[in-house]
Design a protein around this ligand. Structure first.
Ligand code: SF4
Length: 222
């Protein structure tokens, strides 16, 4: 049953690949620092508002470590007002720039290191945990990793692919066991889209979900 579920999930999520391809292009076109800042801004914020906040940062010349170090936190806050938790995020971005300045290696050099080293180094940055580090590695270092966000964790647990208590690495391992390395970045984005549109946090649309026959959490009565 589990292998049927995995292959069905993969086939369903692949149907979202065409829709999500422009976002993949957009993410890979950002430089590492822009992607890092975008990922911090995206916490609890939809992608449209992230784009607006990034445009504001760009218009104010705030998309480099040096410019952020020189800027007052209030200037960064002003640019981020369209995003949630903008005060906290502005402080974090400033702290990240300070930490990056203290390193002898650039972000680009870190991303070129082997996966485990680069991941742990990135996680020394304020507000950077597994997910943000893995996003950086997936989109800027071509690492065959599936970053796990709250949507992905919710879907995997609802489907019963892992136990409720599984942590980040457990969820990542199960997905990486059946998604080929060259499609993991796309799969990550497409699964998030599925979580936003179908397997929503509050009201999962199980009636319209093509996985409702194999999902242990489906609310469709048969
Ligand atoms: S059946 Fe419902 S709970 Fe299960 S994956 Fe689909 S939307 Fe989510």
């Amino acid at each position: 049953m589990t292998s049927y579920l995995k292959s069905k999930l993969l086939n369903i999520i692949r149907c979202f690949y065409d829709d999500i391809a422009p976002i993949l292009l957009r993410l890979t076109s950002l430089n590492p620092f822009e992607l890092l800042i975008s990922t911090i801004i995206s916490q609890n914020t939809n992608w449209k508002n992230v784009e607006k906040a990034i445009a504001n940062m760009k218009n104010r010349g705030l998309l480099s470590t040096d410019s952020i170090l020189k800027a007052d936190v209030s200037e960064i806050e002003d640019a981020l007002k369209v995003a949630g938790l903008y005060r906290v995020k502005a402080r974090r971005i400033k702290e990240i720039a300070e930490k990056l300045r203290s390193w002898s290696m650039s972000l680009e050099e870190i991303l070129a290191m082997r996966f485990e080293y680069a991941r742990s180094k990135l996680m020394e940055l304020p507000a950077v945990g597994y997910k943000t580090a893995d996003v950086m590695l997936a989109f800027k270092a071509n690492a065959p990793v599936i970053p796990i966000d709250t949507h992905i964790e919710r879907i995997v647990k609802r489907l019963g692919l892992v136990d409720e208590g599984a942590g980040y690495e457990g969820v990542r391992a199960i997905l990486e066991s059946f998604v080929s390395p060259n499609e993991r970045a796309l799969f990550h984005l497409a699964l998030i889209k599925f979580g936003r549109e179908v397997c929503k946090a509050r009201r999962p649309n199980c009636h319209k979900c093509p996985l409702n026959d194999v999902c242990k959490s489906s609310n469709v009565r048969t």
